[in-house]
Design a protein around this ligand. Structure first.
Ligand SMILES: O=C1O[C@H](COP(=O)(O)O)[C@@H](O)[C@H](O)[C@H]1O
Length: 368
């Protein structure tokens, strides 16, 4: 039986043990010394833990349909009390429209890092980036960091003061960008500049902004051209020729979109191309460019950051209820040969059925 497990820091967990129904696995990360009256090992409670370290749950990726796609999906009661949307097909393997979307079978497990507060999650995010940066610089002398827009840039403030990141060897990219002026309130470049890049010693030419004032098709071609011109020593290619970024930080929209890859859209199913133009985004502004899904899945590490109560419903849907491929783009994110993490806080994880994660669940677990 496949097992999901919760990891807690080594020092507070000298041996493998069980807490309730969960397997607890130690990991090598520092933990504060136990204080009087407090147990040495951290135990999950409704209030959570108070030492800033995340609880880490690893969900094995076994998210394929052994008997084909079920005829009806959705229509289950979500924790919010809302009934999830229904998708139908005529039967296993017989879809109403030809399916363009495919889950990739990978060995990638989803690792859930659950923080007690959003502030601790932001601090954890800074550590994650710092560790990825140090490993990449050690391995190849450069670190390629890809950022999302939306709520993510404002969560990067602690990263600006993180120690041990060699910004001179760091290159920052945008997993998607709105086709607007860099001074626009909609510009991800502007948001990232305000939160991070203006506060750290990164060379301006190592922040890869989208060109302004270009038709979106040309902006995509130009951005892709800039990426192609980066030497493979800094930005290696995988066997399929896609660039392997060191770390991609993703947000997730309420409809499950990632980057500017929206549900059931042609761009979301694209198997070719690094950077795609988006001309009629369902979320304004309409014109954007976006990394393609194969580029996201080529990354060495992908981390979703979804904090706060507004993310609870989509986090539960993405992690626990498998949709028809394409209906929830976030479920298509499975970095091949890379790591996949979800950084959550108690509010965004509220509707996850953590107590059942040791039941050999599939990822995503379906109600079927
Ligand atoms: O439009 C976008 O939305 C997603 C999600 O943003 P959030 O504000 O709901 O967190 C974001 O990841 C993407 O980069 C952005 O262009």
């Amino acid at each position: 039986m496949l097992q999901a497990h919760m990891q807690i820091p080594q020092q507070s967990c000298p041996a493998r043990r069980s807490i309730g129904s969960r397997t607890v696995r130690c990991q090598a990360s520092p933990a504060p010394p136990p204080t009087a009256g407090k147990p040495a090992a951290r135990v999950w409670t409704q209030e959570g833990a108070d030492d800033g370290k995340p609880f880490i749950n690893s969900i094995p990726n076994n998210g394929r349909w052994p008997n084909g796609i079920p005829p009806v999906m959705g229509s289950h009661l979500m924790a919010s009390g809302v009934i999830s949307p229904v998708s139908v097909s005529k039967g296993p393997g017989i879809d109403i429209t030809e399916h363009q979307f495919q889950y990739h079978d990978t060995e990638t497990d989803a690792v859930i890092e659950l923080y007690v507060t959003p502030e601790k999650a932001q601090a954890g995010l800074a550590v994650l980036v710092q560790e990825a940066a140090q490993a990449a610089v050690k391995a190849k002398g450069a670190f390629t960091l890809v950022l999302s827009g939306g709520s993510l840039p404002s969560l990067l403030t602690p990263l600006a003061s993180a120690k041990g990141i060699d910004w001179a060897k760091t290159h920052v990219f945008f997993v998607d960008e709105r086709n607007v002026a860099h001074t626009s309130a909609d510009s991800t470049f502007k948001a990232v500049q305000e939160a991070l890049t203006s506060k750290v010693p990164i060379p301006a030419e190592q922040v890869y902004a989208i060109a302004e004032n270009l038709p979106v098709e040309q902006a995509a071609i130009q951005y892709e051209g800039r990426l192609i011109s980066i030497p493979p020593a800094a930005l290696p290619r995988n066997a399929a020729g896609f660039p392997v970024f060191d770390l991609i930080l993703l947000g997730v929209g309420p409809d499950g979109h990632v980057a500017s890859l929206f549900p059931n859209r042609a761009e979301t199913s694209a198997t070719k191309g690094w950077i795609l133009p988006v001309k009629a985004s369902p979320k304004p502004p309409a014109e954007r460019i976006t990394f393609s899904m194969p580029v996201i899945n080529a990354a060495k590490e992908v981390a979703f950051v979804a904090l706060g109560p507004s993310k609870a419903e989509i986090v539960q849907r993405v992690l626990e209820v498998q949709a028809l491929p394409g209906a929830l783009p976030a479920q298509l994110v499975r970095p091949q040969g890379g790591k996949l993490r979800w950084l959550l806080d108690i509010a965004s994880a509220e509707t996850l059925d953590v107590a059942r994660w040791n039941e050999g669940k599939r990822w995503p677990r379906s109600a079927f």
